[in-house]
Design a protein around this ligand. Structure first.
Ligand code: ATP
Ligand code: MG
Length: 317
């Protein structure tokens, strides 16, 4: 197992979780927060925790406002070991935010403030690419949630193209949020990144949008015949299915009580990708990711359920 450096980019947010169900963010109710969040922020926080076990590192490119919410996010990432060298603190623009409200059927509604917030004021493409290459990243992880904003999308896509040419593996979690599909370019950008990605990590809901009516066997085989080395389907309380050249690994979910499922996917992806990049085989890395996701849903707040290897292995057994 060799030291790894994991990179990611995208929206850094604070998140507020509605304490009552069914209001769809339309009804006055208590909200709990600010929690540090943003899908790529959750990912990089967990990647830093896991990488630390192997002498590795995690670096992030993004931006927060020069305000209290920005400190909530930045302080957490730094405390957990993320290299903040490419995180800008932007004066005069508030930190990005998300508000989530759950429904009784488990669905959820979001209100995002990304494009007009500091979250979208990331460093420029050249600065990020140079910084990531100087840091020696072996994996660049993209969460599809950053593709909603047109400028962030252009930077993300160009960065993937540039780094893949330098031998960096791309990891993509489509992470499709209906609230973020601002225009027709969103799905096309996602598909272009999927086509160049070594790790393709959709959820059931993502797969329904990207490959409707197709079985996992079919679309995963197609991806593996292309650039993908590992394909994983995240299935919430149904567990996960992973596939690489060695075959298919199908894992049931751990039986846990769910307090707040948001962020489980990001935590799962970070655990998986960091362990794979460190040289672990898919069955081992997937079992740990499956346990990390189960730990994540038990905590209120999207990043609060992130964990280290000791905790993960205690649940995994
Ligand atoms: P999000 O986008 O909200 O972060 P996601 O839809 O990308 O999540 P999920 O499939 O919800 O991802 O969760 C990722 C993984 O976490 C699952 O594949 C599973 O291993 C674990 N997990 C999620 N929900 C549960 C649950 N209720 N019980 C046990 N494990 C779970
Ligand atoms: Mg997700």
């Amino acid at each position: 197992e060799t030291p790894v450096v994991i990179g990611s980019i995208g929206e850094l947010l604070v998140e507020f979780v509605c304490a009552e169900k069914g209001g769809r963010n339309l009804v006055a109710a208590p909200y709990i927060g600010p929690f540090p969040s943003g899908a790529p922020g959750i990912f990089i926080d967990q990647a830093a925790r896991i990488a630390a076990s192997f002498g590795g590192r995690a670096v992030f490119a993004g931006a927060v406002g020069d305000d209290a919410f920005g400190r909530v996010v930045l302080d957490r990432l730094v405390a957990d070991g993320v290299d903040p060298g490419l995180i800008r603190v932007v004066p005069g623009v508030p930190t990005g935010s998300a508000f989530v409200s759950y429904n009784d059927d488990g669905s959820r509604d979001f209100v995002f403030n990304i494009g007009h917030s500091a979250a979208a004021r990331m460093p420029g493409l050249d600065e990020i690419a140079a910084g990531f290459l100087a840091a020696g990243i072996s994996v660049l992880h993209i969460s599809g949630s950053m593709l909603g904003d047109v400028a962030m999308r252009a930077t993300g896509l160009a960065l993937c193209e540039r780094l893949v040419d330098q031998g960096v593996a791309i990891s993509i979690d489509p992470n499709i949020r209906a609230e973020l599909i601002s225009d027709a370019g969103y799905i096309g950008a996602l598909q272009r990144i999927i086509a160049m990605a070594g790790y393709v990590l959709p959820s059931d809901a993502d797969a329904d949008v990207l490959w409707p009516e197709q079985a996992f066997d079919a679309w995963s085989a197609r991806l593996l015949a292309g650039a993908a080395q590992v394909v994983v389907l995240k299935r919430g309380d149904q567990g996960c299915i992973g596939r690489d050249a060695g075959g298919i690994v199908d894992l049931a979910a751990h039986r846990v009580s769910v307090l707040d499922p948001t962020g489980a996917g990001d935590c799962f992806c970070a655990t998986l990708v960091t362990l794979l990049a460190a040289g672990q085989a898919l069955p081992d890395a997937l079992a740990r990711a499956n346990a990390a996701g189960a730990l994540a849903v038990q905590k209120l707040g999207p990043m609060e359920g992130n964990s280290g290897l000791a905790e993960i292995d205690a649940l995994k057994g």
